[in-house]
Write a protein that binds this ligand. Structure first.
Ligand SMILES: *[C@@H]1O[C@H](CO)[C@@H](O)[C@H](O)[C@H]1NC(C)=O
Ligand SMILES: *[C@@H]1O[C@H](CO)[C@@H](O)[C@H](O)[C@H]1NC(C)=O
Ligand SMILES: *[C@@H]1O[C@H](CO)[C@@H](O)[C@H](O)[C@H]1NC(C)=O
Ligand SMILES: *[C@@H]1O[C@H](CO)[C@@H](O)[C@H](O)[C@H]1NC(C)=O
Ligand SMILES: *[C@@H]1O[C@H](CO)[C@@H](O)[C@H](O)[C@H]1NC(C)=O
Ligand SMILES: *[C@@H]1O[C@H](CO)[C@@H](O)[C@H](O)[C@H]1NC(C)=O
Ligand SMILES: *[C@@H]1O[C@H](CO)[C@@H](O)[C@H](O)[C@H]1NC(C)=O
Ligand SMILES: *[C@@H]1O[C@H](CO)[C@@H](O)[C@H](O)[C@H]1NC(C)=O
Length: 880
């Protein structure tokens, strides 16, 4: 018992040893620190001075080239050495995942460093979304900073070429702030100046002294220009006592402890800042604390005057307590000069005192973007056809001068897409459903491509459409009658040069001739199925619940099928109902008969290794059978039509169940254990029961389907080899596409093994127990494995378990489960258990959960924990 416990501890220790030093390092929660142009293989790194964790910008932007400043320019801060530049196109955007309604400090750094050898300082504009932030004149190294509230969960920072020089960027940083600190009635805050008073070696003070990583610059405290009356001499005042700086602005401790007063007590303390434009509106944030121990006959009292108007009169700083005072209504700067003066009152015996200050220009960003559903549809279309069009970055319609090419907009508020011209863009695959989400589209040109499949019926329901050009494609089948009807009513519909498309009444005859054999074969299939059902019913005599023997599955044991494309069209009723969009293609609902439902996946891309090999691969998959694997029922290979026909499961996927998306009661702990055990058995079968063994390569909650009896089945196995993996990163934007499930060893070896499946399965286990997202940038640790490690070390197990389980579980089974999950996500594949071991452990979890319930186990779960003898032989994970 002890030894075993020790082993488990060792496992946990091993997994989290790597995490421990991260936990001890400063908390950079929510920070995004991009070293732009950094080669991904050098990412991430910890910048030694600030301890900030910088990563490459590779996952945040698709365009641009990597550059490096020339050596003589090498900067003390390493993050400025690499850069990304954009010689082509006009506008390029970084897309960052943020939280709507949160105030962010955004900082973009630019160090030209003659990276291109041209010695020409670039000049270009930067935008926050669709709004101009500022013009960068890169003749000096610089950081630009703005505080901006995220209007949605995605934030774009765009660089725009305005002259002949190529835009570039060195760093991009994002820091979430407290919303009660720099709040404005409207507008974003562009930093003009942020200074503190202290005799200091370091010119710039930032993270980790400043928890928000604001950059504080040293004010010129020792100005000794005797003739300069604008800058009365100041002197530093400081204290060794602690100054309470806990107000929303969270001033760094070292800054709170020092401040400045005029050397001549009768002089005011003044700050003057120059505006770029007379329309600039300044806000001053002034941070005060009394640092001296005042005698009873001493007072410090002064008026705070901004642009000649008194903001506070007879103000006294609070003793050893930071107070921040700012003008709520921004001030215009007459003659471009804006100033604040602190003037001692007559009563005061001591001169004014100031600890630190910040000056911002309030920029009004008329938040305006194209209609979000239109944008989402365009992005789906872009991803589905892998369109690589230079201008397709940022907002499609705004600003008007950088509208996407091939798109026309109606500039209403918000702007809408009214025309899309994708002719001659080498599009292939089917006409995807996303087009129908462009609900105000008037003109759609998809001509001169290689589009295949049928003409979708939904085109007829798009009320705004006036022109559809589908000529010169490889479309097939019959044009939907509803669409032809609309043509009669004035829709311009062009479909010439689609040799296999039939537009006239002859279709009906052709169609019948297709349908008859399908019908016949379905009748045949139904008969076979019926016979098999009888056979099974007699054989099993109801000893097992329906859970394991849907009639259809029985039929496929003997009946592998190759379907023709017209049959597939008939089965899916012309691809009428989309039920999902899995990897590699869209999934349609289909029926082989009234009772036999199937899921038909129309592959949107060609397999990488050629049809013959792919066919062999699929033939192999047809032989794979296990109750916990979604069976392949048949397939269709015809020229450019590839479809896979799967057994149909009715009850969504695990992700939907865990996220509560499907409604209904939360999955009980027992349900979850059953599902985990099911999938573990499916995987075990792939790894050890199949000849040749198979690696799934894409285990994740969306690939785990649930049937009406809550039996879980893995789908999509065996295909990843035939198609490039990671194709989903194109579908979703940036960080969301980070695999999360991918074996970390894959990065070094580029090689997936059974243990990679174990890793992914471990992530699934963590999701099952926590219902947390795999990656969530707003958590203490973004990745679920790190987060669980962090929580185990800092907060304890009860904070990991999905709260909606409400304690209704056996805690020893929970512990065992977590230990198992943690072992599975061991960064080293050697440390991960085999699937057989995992299955056994999960069964033990089930046993203890069931015994808690007094052993009144239902038959259903029973089938899951009948010991599977053949794998019970001492497979033990090695903690190394
Ligand atoms: C730095 O950040 C990256 C990505 O955000 C993360 O994967 C990595 O573990 C972090 N490294 C350290 C040492 O904090
Ligand atoms: C306090 O200020 C004086 C100058 O007024 C300076 O010499 C001294 O180093 C400062 N002490 C600290 C702890 O900053
Ligand atoms: C610091 O000031 C805040 C706000 O006035 C107060 O709530 C808090 O108790 C103070 N902390 C200490 C340690 O005095
Ligand atoms: C305050 O009183 C002290 C003696 O208690 C004296 O030395 C000092 O000069 C007084 N200061 C003022 C401003 O009157
Ligand atoms: C733009 O939309 C408005 C309002 O829906 C409509 O009245 C107008 O005709 C549209 N303009 C174009 C060019 O489609
Ligand atoms: C069709 O596209 C090809 C390239 O894909 C192009 O060369 C050809 O000119 C296009 N034809 C028409 C009529 O646009
Ligand atoms: C169309 O829009 C709806 C609702 O906005 C969304 O749920 C759906 O996923 C979109 N479909 C496609 C194919 O983009
Ligand atoms: C339809 O597309 C074809 C091929 O690109 C083109 O030649 C034709 O002019 C288009 N027709 C219309 C009305 O746009």
């Amino acid at each position: 018992m002890d030894g075993r416990q020790g082993l488990k501890c060792a496992l946990i220790m091993f997994t989290f040893l790597g995490l421990l030093h991260l936990i001890q390092a400063q908390d950079q929660q929510g920070f995004i620190s991009l070293d732009c142009g950094l080669p991904p293989n050098q990412s991430p790194y910890i910048e030694p001075k600030t301890k900030l964790n910088f990563t490459s910008d590779a996952g945040f932007i698709q365009s641009g080239k990597r550059g490096r400043i020339v050596d003589v320019w090498e900067y003390t801060y390493q993050q400025y050495n690499a850069l990304r530049y954009f010689p082509d196109g006009t506008r390029h955007c970084y897309t960052l995942r943020v939280n709507q309604g949160i105030n962010y400090l955004i900082r973009a750094g630019f160090v030209y460093g003659n990276y291109d050898g041209l010695n020409r300082h670039p000049r270009f504009d930067i935008y926050v979304g669709t709004n101009l932030w500022t013009t960068v004149n890169a003749d000096t190294a610089q950081d630009n900073e703005i505080i901006h509230m995220a209007q949605s969960n995605s934030l774009q920072i765009c660089l725009v070429k305005t002259g002949t020089t190529a835009p570039f960027i060195s760093t991009l940083e994002l820091r979430p702030l407290r919303n009660d600190a720099y709040s404005t009635q409207s507008g974003s805050l562009q930093l003009i100046s942020r200074e503190y008073y202290k005799q200091d070696k370091d010119q710039i003070l930032r993270y980790p002294d400043d928890v928000y990583d604001r950059q504080w610059f040293l004010s010129y405290i020792d100005f000794d220009f005797v003739f300069d009356f604008d800058f009365p001499h100041q002197r530093e005042i400081n204290t060794t006592l602690t100054v309470n700086s806990s107000n929303p602005f969270d001033l760094p401790k070292v800054i709170a402890r020092s401040g400045a007063t005029p050397k001549n007590a009768c002089h005011p303390l003044s700050i003057y800042k120059y505006a770029d434009s007379p329309s600039d509106n300044f806000v001053f944030y002034l941070h005060f604390a009394e640092l001296q121990n005042l005698q009873s006959n001493e007072t410090r009292e002064f008026d705070i005057i901004i642009n000649g108007n008194i903001l506070n009169s007879a103000y006294s700083p609070k003793k050893l307590q930071i107070e921040t005072i700012f003008n709520r209504s921004p001030k215009k700067c007459d003659g471009r000069e804006c100033g604040t003066e602190l003037v001692k009152t007559g009563k005061s015996t001591l001169p004014p005192l100031l600890n630190a200050y910040e000056v911002y220009n309030v920029m009004e960003f008329p938040y305006s973007v194209t209609y979000p559903a239109d944008v989402a549809a365009l992005k789906n279309i872009q991803a589905a056809y892998r369109l690589n069009i230079i201008s397709w970055e940022g907002d499609p319609c705004l600003p008007e001068q950088w509208k996407w090419k091939y798109v026309e907009c109606n500039y209403t508020t918000p702007p809408r897409i009214i025309s899309l011209d994708l002719s001659s863009k080498a599009l292939s695959g089917v006409i995807v459903p996303s087009f129908q989400n462009l609900t105000q589209l008037q003109r759609l040109d998809l001509s001169n491509n290689s589009l295949s499949g049928s003409v979708p019926e939904y085109l007829a329901t798009m009320k705004s459409l006036l022109i559809i050009n589908l000529s010169w494609n490889k479309l097939k089948g019959r044009v939907p009658q509803v669409l032809l009807d609309r043509k009669k009513n004035g829709l311009q519909l062009m479909m010439d040069e689609n040799p296999k498309l039939c537009v006239d009444d002859f279709c009906k005859i052709k169609n019948k001739s297709i349908l008859i054999p399908v019908g016949a074969s379905i009748v045949g299939l139904v008969l076979i199925v019926a016979l098999l059902v009888l056979f099974f019913v007699f054989k099993r005599k109801g000893t097992q619940k329906a859970r394991n023997n849907q009639p259809f599955k029985s039929s496929i044991l003997t009946k592998k099928r190759r379907f023709t494309y017209p049959e597939v069209e008939a089965i899916t009723n012309n691809f009428q109902r989309v039920i999902g969009e899995g990897g590699f293609g869209i999934v349609y609902h289909g029926s082989l008969s009234d009772t036999e439902k199937v899921a038909v996946k129309l592959l949107s891309q060609s397999p990488t290794q050629g049809h013959k090999q792919f066919k062999e691969e699929v033939e192999l998959l047809l032989r794979v059978h296990h109750v916990n694997l979604v069976s392949l029922v048949g397939y269709c290979f015809e020229e450019d039509h590839l479809a896979l026909v799967y057994e149909y499961t009715t009850n969504g996927d695990l992700k939907q169940h865990l996220s509560g998306e499907r409604g209904g009661a939360t999955l009980s702990w027992e349900n979850r254990l059953n599902i985990a055990t099911d999938i573990a058995q499916g995987l075990e079968y792939l790894h050890t029961g199949c000849r040749p063994p198979m690696i799934h390569r894409d285990v994740k909650t969306t690939n785990i389907l649930i049937d009406e009896n809550f039996q879980a089945k893995l789908v999509d196995f065996g295909l990843a080899r035939s198609f490039p993996t990671g194709n989903e990163t194109h579908m979703t934007t940036i960080v969301a596409g980070t695999p999360g499930y991918l074996d970390p060893e894959y990065n070094q070896t580029n090689w997936l093994t059974e243990k990679s499946d174990v890793y992914s399965f471990g992530i699934v286990l963590l999701e099952i127990i926590t219902t947390q997202s795999v990656i969530d940038q707003n958590r203490e640790k973004p990745h679920i494995a790190e987060w669980v490690g962090f929580m185990l070390t800092n907060r304890g197990i009860e904070n990991i378990v999905d709260p909606s389980l409400a304690g209704d579980y056996d805690s020893s089974s929970i512990w065992k489960f977590i230990e198992l999950a943690v072992a599975c996500v061991n960064p080293s594949s050697l440390g991960r258990p085999t699937m057989s071991h995992v299955v056994n452990e999960l069964k033990e979890c089930l046993v203890s959960e069931n015994s808690r319930k007094g052993g009144t186990t239902e038959m259903e779960s029973k089938s899951s924990f009948e010991p599977s003898m053949q794998f019970a032989g001492g497979v033990t994970p090695v903690p190394r």
